[in-house]
Design a protein around this ligand. Structure first.
Ligand code: NMX
Ligand code: MLT
Length: 435
């Protein structure tokens, strides 16, 4: 057994007692009430999910297992000579809550390397899809096509499965699946945009390093990959991709079905696809203004034109956050260090100067500040990844780390099938009369 699995098993044993005590001794304590506005309005603010993998404070932003982004980047072990941590060490943190030593992180690197072989039928299936399929549809199809590999589904069908050991089968699926995602993502990229020129992985490289290699993009893109996957990994449990993955897994669907469902949610323009939308929107400006950086006045006009045509400003606003997303700030800091004079970065910075005030004047968005998607495409574009249809696949590889850690814990703690209650409009009207 690896150190990661052993440590996780101990943590699960301890944690089960806390969950049981809460249920048995304090199960009636209220943590939330639901209004009509919340029932109609996307359940905003209703506290009805539990996760310890990450927590989102509206003003501070995300913490992973209690650590801020800066702390994660500082404390986790890093490959020799690199500034950003091993993604594998970050996975150790998400699953266990502990910062691994370099040896422990390297053990996960080795374990994932052994699990990383993508079945040939996945490549064949992807090649058979129409070449104009969206990369997110291809990514989702690749994940679900591997469902036949699920050890969780096999154990269930063989009757080996019980409430206490099911997490171990989920853990195996989760590691097997995660280990393959960089190659699947890079394969889709090179199939779709680089004339089907697959680049093989290098067994000596880590998750981020290998992804950069298989994409065919030189260092420091390996650093960008590590940073990007970590930043996009988790955003507590209520966002569409995390919630969907958890919901589907609650039916005891395996990790392949569950992640594919979450990825399908991430593909929506109000969620992960917003990073592609930001670049598409910015490119339109650039073309309109002859390719140069537009003036502040021109930008203001373009933002108002977008709002007046009934569209949202991509990369701005958030359902929970009420300040600038620290994931935006982390990527902005990268840009300030490595590409401060890059025109696209300057344009994104100018947008940061003008959009919040305009959104405040517009008066609709509860949060006028930028989210993670407003900044991420710029860095990709700078390193030559200009095919912005692909950007949400990058988000998806990162998001898999968080949502798959979550469903491992869902099984460990024996969470039941998720099934909230719905009411009719007549009933809401009746509640309103009685209030
Ligand atoms: N531009 C214009 N209008 C906006 C924006 C924006 N960026 N954000 C919110 N609004 C509008 C929203 O459409 C709604 O209008 P209406 O009452 O006409 O339906 C009103 O403001 C109130 O919405 P909020 O309560 O502030 O936001 P909500 O929680 O419903 O939605 C988002 C959150 C993120 C879906 C929304 O802010 C948005 O559409 N942003 C742009 C898309 C985006 O950047 N998505 C990425 C989110 C992060 N991610 O990576 O997933
Ligand atoms: C996310 O990373 O999932 C997004 O910021 C959306 C959210 O948290 O609702």
């Amino acid at each position: 057994m690896t150190t990661l699995k052993e440590v996780l098993a101990k943590k699960i044993e301890e944690h089960r007692k806390r969950t049981t005590k809460l249920l048995v001794e304090h199960g009636d304590v209220k943590i939330s009430e639901v209004t009509i506005a919340q029932a109609i309005g996307g359940m905003r603010g209703v506290k009805s999910l539990v996760t310890d993998i990450s927590y989102l404070d509206p003003y501070e932003g995300i913490r992973f297992r209690g650590y801020t982004i800066q702390e994660v980047m500082e404390k986790l072990p890093k490959p020799e000579g690199k500034d950003y941590p091993y993604v594998e060490g970050f996975l150790y943190l998400l699953l266990t809550g502990d910062i691994p030593t370099k040896e422990q992180a390297l053990e996960v690197v080795e374990d994932m390397r052994k699990r990383s072989q993508v079945p040939q039928y996945v490549f064949d299936m992807l090649r058979a899809l129409p070449r104009d399929s969206h990369p997110m549809a291809m990514f989702s199809a690749a994940i679900v096509s591997m469902q036949r590999e699920s050890v969780f589904a096999k154990a269930y069908s063989e009757g080996k499965f019980n409430k206490y050991n099911s997490w171990e089968y989920m853990y195996e699926d989760v590691l097997n699946l995660l280990a393959k995602l960089p190659q699947i993502g890079a394969f889709i990229y090179r199939l779709k945009y680089k004339g089907d020129t697959q680049i093989d992985p290098d067994p000596n490289l880590d998750f981020g390093g290998n992804f950069a290699r298989m994409m065919g993009i030189d260092p420091p893109y390996d650093e960008v990959a590590r940073m990007y996957f970590i930043l996009h990994s988790d955003h507590e449990s209520g966002n569409v991709s995390a919630h969907t993955t958890h919901l589907v897994a609650s039916a005891l669907s395996d990790a392949y079905y569950s992640l594919a469902a979450g990825i399908n949610g991430l593909a929506g323009p109000l969620h992960g696809l917003a990073n592609q939308e930001v670049l598409a929107w910015i490119q339109k400006f650039m073309e309109k203004f002859g390719g140069g950086v537009p003036t502040e006045e021109q930008l203001k006009q373009a933002v108002w034109d977008t709002l007046n045509s009934g569209q949202v400003i991509p990369g701005y606003g958030h359902a929970v956050l009420r300040k600038t997303d620290p994931r935006y700030t982390a990527q902005r800091e990268y840009c300030l260090k490595y590409l401060p004079d890059y025109p696209l970065f300057q344009l994104v910075s100018k947008l940061y100067d003008v959009v919040p005030d305009i959104l405040k004047q517009h008066g609709k968005a509860k949060n006028p500040w930028p989210n993670v998607d407003a900044q991420s495409g710029v860095i990709q574009w700078y390193y030559g990844l200009t095919e912005y249809d692909f950007y949400t696949v990058l988000f998806g590889i990162g998001r898999a780390l968080g949502v798959l850690s979550n469903i491992t814990w869902d099984r460990a703690l024996g969470y039941p099938i998720e099934r909230p209650k719905s009411v009719t409009t007549d009933m809401l009207e009746e509640f309103a009369k009685q209030a």
